[in-house]
Write a protein that binds this ligand. Structure first.
Ligand SMILES: Cc1cc2nc3c(=O)[nH]c(=O)nc-3n(C[C@H](O)[C@H](O)[C@H](O)COP(=O)(O)OP(=O)(O)OC[C@H]3O[C@@H](n4cnc5c(N)ncnc54)[C@H](O)[C@@H]3O)c2cc1C
Length: 406
């Protein structure tokens, strides 16, 4: 099955982007929902953009170098879904904490309920007897990627046909997706389950699956009927926190640059004049789940970190890659760092890790925001529909908007 492979380098990400750009216009709008072997109609960039090996802004810029914003509207909207989810969760971090608690609670249930444990193991091993679902479970475990439509069908079948706890499904994705992302994953699972948008659930339908897999699968008679697909709860969202801002940096202090797996492209800081005395990459990929995160996910992220260290190391006197706040504190001491500077890090394990480093070093931590994030955060106030109207604000942050018609 191993059709997809992801070379863990920025060079590979840029090649993939260049290869996809010609398809980002009307082809994408027409064909993006088809889940076909090799995923020819989507960009398959998420493992890179999730770690910001290539940024949302760079992707938008490349696409706008080829198409007008209206021709590439659909693709640009999808890229902005990521920004929307990230901003939405960032303003409501308790949703992430509640998800983590829910996974822990479900983990305890697995320890005591053998029926649940067996059903969960069968689903994760692709042994449910529902051919399409089993195929996607295997594809995910083997390749670390699933098409968006397959993710929606899979999540729906997990919750409504197999009646498994949604948080365990989201966790299964987090352990195996190379792009496993606190915001996109948690909030998409909540959306499918009816926990995110009032009155909305997503029902996987056999005819829809047959149509968009070109007849490879047709689970007629095997899935929950539409009337059985009822919201798992009532969406009750916490009040959004105030819009966070970008910190200012004291350029006179010996500065340590810290990166996390959320942003492995420090160019915007270094080219903006930051002169760190030392660089550190804090990797805590294992914190994506209380279960074991798949080795290929850990390898992928740590190879991306290595690639970043190779590309930028000479600008910071070399990067040290660590896994614990204590090792980060030793690094800060060894380099006589008096201030930590990091790219703004959204809600999730990366943020938690960074906060722990600030605590362990007792140094001031300055979080510098990219213009794209600063433009997105104020607008995560309600649903995507409202956010979508502000996409021009995000595009206005691009440095040299090249808008050709196509
Ligand atoms: C249940 C479920 C779980 C998901 N979990 C994750 C996750 O952990 N990490 C993750 O990155 N994405 C997640 N997604 C969103 C989406 O499925 C993937 O980002 C997308 O499939 C990536 O493939 P691509 O790069 O080929 O996308 P393309 O179709 O080429 O889209 C381009 C880019 O737009 C963004 N994008 C596209 N669709 C979405 C979307 N629905 N939500 C957010 N961003 C989007 C991604 O950055 C993607 O790389 C999830 C979706 C669902 C339904």
């Amino acid at each position: 099955m191993r059709a997809m492979s992801f070379e863990p380098t920025r060079t590979a990400a840029l090649e993939r982007l260049a290869h996809f750009v010609p398809k980002a216009g009307s082809d994408y709008a027409r064909l993006r929902n088809h889940d076909l072997p090799g995923h020819p109609h989507v960009s398959v960039l998420s493992p890179y953009v999730r770690h910001r090996v290539v940024s949302e802004a760079e992707i938008a810029q490349a696409v706008l170098g080829r198409f007008s914003a209206s021709t590439a509207e659909k693709y640009l909207q999808e890229v902005c879904w990521r920004s929307y989810w990230k901003a939405w969760l960032d303003r409501r971090p308790s949703i992430w904490t509640a998800y983590e608690a829910e996974v822990k609670a479900a983990q305890n249930q697995l320890a005591t309920q053998s029926g649940l444990r067996q059903a969960w193991q069968d689903a994760c091993a692709g042994e449910t007897g529902i051919t399409c679902f089993d195929h996607w479970a295997n594809e995910l475990v083997e390749t670390g990627y699933l098409h968006n439509h397959a993710r929606m069908w899979f999540a729906s079948i997990w919750m409504f046909t197999l009646n498994l706890p949604w948080a365990l499904g989201a966790d299964f994705f987090m352990r195996h997706l190379l792009d496993g992302d606190p915001a996109s994953n948690t909030l998409s699972w909540r959306w499918v389950g009816g926990l995110q948008t009032v009155g909305k659930t997503y029902a996987a339908r056999p005819d829809n699956i047959a149509k968009y897999t070109d007849g490879r699968f047709n689970p007629a008679g095997q899935l929950a009927a539409a009337h059985e697909v009822q919201p798992l709860g009532h969406p009750e969202h916490p009040k959004p926190l105030p819009v966070p801002g970008s910190d200012s940096v004291d350029t006179g202090l010996p500065t340590g640059l810290i990166l996390t797996e959320d942003d492995l492209s420090p160019g915007f800081l270094l080219e903006g004049g930051l002169r760190p005395v030392a660089g550190l990459i804090l990797l805590n990929t294992t914190r994506r789940s209380p279960f074991n995160v798949a080795p290929q996910v850990i390898d992928f992220t740590s190879s991306l970190a290595q690639d970043c260290a190779t590309r930028w190391g000479d600008r910071v006197g070399g990067f040290t890659i660590v896994h614990t706040p204590e090792d980060a504190a030793d690094w800060a001491k060894a380099h006589a760092v008096e201030q930590l500077v990091a790219p703004y890090t959204p809600t999730g394990p990366g943020r938690t890790g960074l906060d722990a480093v600030a605590g362990a070093t007792r140094l001031p931590l300055r979080r510098v925001m990219r213009p794209w994030d600063a433009a997105a955060l104020p607008h995560a106030t309600a649903g995507f529909f409202k956010f979508k109207a502000r996409i021009p604000d995000l595009l206005a942050t691009l440095q040299t908007p090249a808008r050709h018609s196509a």
